[in-house]
Write a protein that binds this ligand. Structure first.
Ligand SMILES: Cc1cc2nc3c(=O)[nH]c(=O)nc-3n(C[C@H](O)[C@H](O)[C@H](O)COP(=O)(O)O)c2cc1C
Length: 182
């Protein structure tokens, strides 16, 4: 980057909090690499016109972004395309297993693909989120099982999230974190 400190805004749309957790994790990891990072709910987004990059994440509901994310992207399209954007989704599809599950997991929901393409994002990544068995209706559990899902709880893979964050840091040429002194 031309400047010494990269300014990164991370915006998230969440219904139950797991997407916020991922956004905060990415924010902390990028801060450790020397970036100036602001993490905010998309409904309370700061002005991004001074940002060197934006990371935007939404929970997946019914194969779509949450409405507040769709609205923000529509209203700030020009500001977003003017800078590098990384997009992530948080849903259950990446947690599906087996031959059928892997086929579902490989499909990018059309609404996310449309945003990915219209913003020409640097990268899009789908992360597994959180689903508690007790909160899931019996019929939804059956659908989930038939699709190759059987795991419940916090399915977020922090190693995968960390690895994706490293690719953002590398693209923005952030510093490598100093290992703690022994
Ligand atoms: C009403 C509802 C609809 C959902 N639809 C999908 C879906 O279409 N695809 C998917 O992969 N996950 C779906 N999920 C799972 C959520 O995306 C997952 O629980 C995620 O972790 C939620 O993120 P949040 O905690 O930030 O709200 C749905 C969850 C709910 C409650």
């Amino acid at each position: 980057m031309a400047k010494d400190t990269a300014r990164i805004v991370i915006l998230y749309a969440t219904a139950a909090g797991s997407t916020r957790g991922i956004a905060e994790y990415i924010g902390n990891a990028l801060r450790e690499r020397g970036a100036e990072v602001e993490v905010a709910a998309i409904g309370k987004a700061p002005d991004i016109t001074g940002a060197d990059a934006v990371v935007l994440g939404s929970a997946v509901h019914n194969a779509d972004l949450l409405p507040q994310a769709t609205e923000y992207i529509r209203d700030h399209h020009d500001d977003l395309v003017a800078r590098p954007v990384w997009l992530f989704s948080v849903g259950l599809a990446p947690a599906l297993r087996g031959p059928i599950g892997r086929r579902f997991a490989a499909v990018v929901p059309a609404k996310f693909a449309a945003v990915r393409d219209s913003l020409a994002v640097r990268d899009y990544h789908a992360f597994a989120g959180v689903m508690h068995r007790a909160d899931t209706a019996w019929w939804a559990r059956l659908v989930y099982l038939a699709m190759g899902g059987g795991r419940y709880g916090d399915l977020r893979d922090w190693n995968e999230i960390h690895a994706w964050t490293d690719t953002i840091a590398a693209a923005l040429r952030l510093s490598t974190p100093t290992p703690p002194a022994r």
